[in-house]
Design a protein. Structure first.
Length: 311
């Protein structure tokens, strides 16, 4: 409490902290709801040590997108390289996470259409090359051609911990996929655009009073790449979503961005394996998360087998 009071006092000297609450979400970083005397509450996003660049990059993205899609307004950034725990202060946005709003109700289609439009506007930001951003949003470490995505998966299996965490059988089937279909992503990874790279229901706040996005949260993983990467994340658990939400979301997205290419679902599932293998290769111990990832990867491989991609 005193630590938070000190941070707020330095950034907003006219405000007095009267309460602090840890918010859910933000697995990599910590989000605190800070109650202020005689003022609206704010969110204090505290990053891990050494993540100053991430803090500056995320704040820069929020400012860039302020007039494009609903995002929290940045109030203050303190992210010098010498700071032990960099942080960003932003406005608190009222809303309910999408994962708690999808219930098969009458407004699912309207909600899906709104989410699809938001994602289309994010992807409308075209970029010259695919790759990671620096804190100033310049693309660094550009990615290679379409086979570079599979090379990344191989690296997590051969040099990282993904193979161990996925299990021998799943890892072997994944290697078979890469060996038999090295060009399966050709034609699907052109025209890089801005990606949220964690576009899932938990990171979408929905307005309480109507079925519309109030804010897209957690931009720490954003990079430049193929649009199908975000669609794959949103649809990873499609079978658990109301069909009218999914169909309306895809229809709205395509009405703004243009039709998705033939075979896009298979390509999206392949790109999602990149994300899942990256998650399975994280440098910390999280047995439950890795067990969930193993199940999702195994399920994806089954879907690809049904699509005759692994036969």
């Amino acid at each position: 409490m005193e630590r938070v009071r000190s941070l707020v006092r330095n950034a907003l000297p006219e405000r007095d902290v009267i309460g602090v609450e840890l918010l859910s979400g933000g697995n990599r970083n910590s989000n605190l709801l800070v109650e202020l005397r005689h003022a609206a509450p704010i969110v204090l996003r505290i990053y891990r040590s050494g993540e100053a660049g991430t803090a500056r990059r995320e704040a820069a993205l929020l400012r860039l997108l302020a007039d494009v899609v609903p995002v929290p307004r940045v109030l203050h950034v303190d992210a010098s390289e010498t700071l032990e725990l960099p942080f960003v202060m932003m406005e608190r946005v009222e809303g309910v996470r999408l994962e708690h709003r999808l219930s098969g109700g009458d407004d699912d289609a309207e909600l899906g259409a709104n989410v699809g439009g938001v994602l289309a506007r994010i992807h409308a930001i075209q970029l010259p090359v695919a790759g990671w951003f620096d804190p100033e949003l310049q693309t660094i470490t550009p990615f290679g051609e379409s086979d570079g995505w599979f090379a990344f998966i191989r690296k997590t299996l051969d040099e990282g911990q993904a193979a161990q965490r996925l299990g021998r059988d799943v890892a072997a089937r994944l290697r078979t996929l890469l060996d038999r279909h090295p060009h399966a992503l050709d034609g699907f990874v052109d025209a890089p655009c801005l990606l949220h790279a964690d576009f899932k229901p938990a990171n979408l706040l929905i307005r309480v009073e109507r079925p519309a996005v109030a804010a897209v949260l957690d931009w720490e993983f954003a990079f430049s790449g193929p649009a199908l990467f975000d669609l794959a994340i949103m649809l990873r658990h499609e079978e658990e979503m109301p069909p009218r939400y999914v169909s309306a979301m895809l229809e709205s997205y395509q009405s703004e961005r243009g039709p998705l290419p033939e075979g896009w679902r298979t390509a999206a599932r392949l790109l999602d394996l990149v994300n899942l293998c990256d998650l399975a290769n994280r440098p910390y111990d999280a047995p439950r998360m890795y067990a969930d990832i193993r199940c999702v990867v195994a399920s994806s491989l089954q879907q690809l087998e049904r699509a005759a991609l692994l036969r």
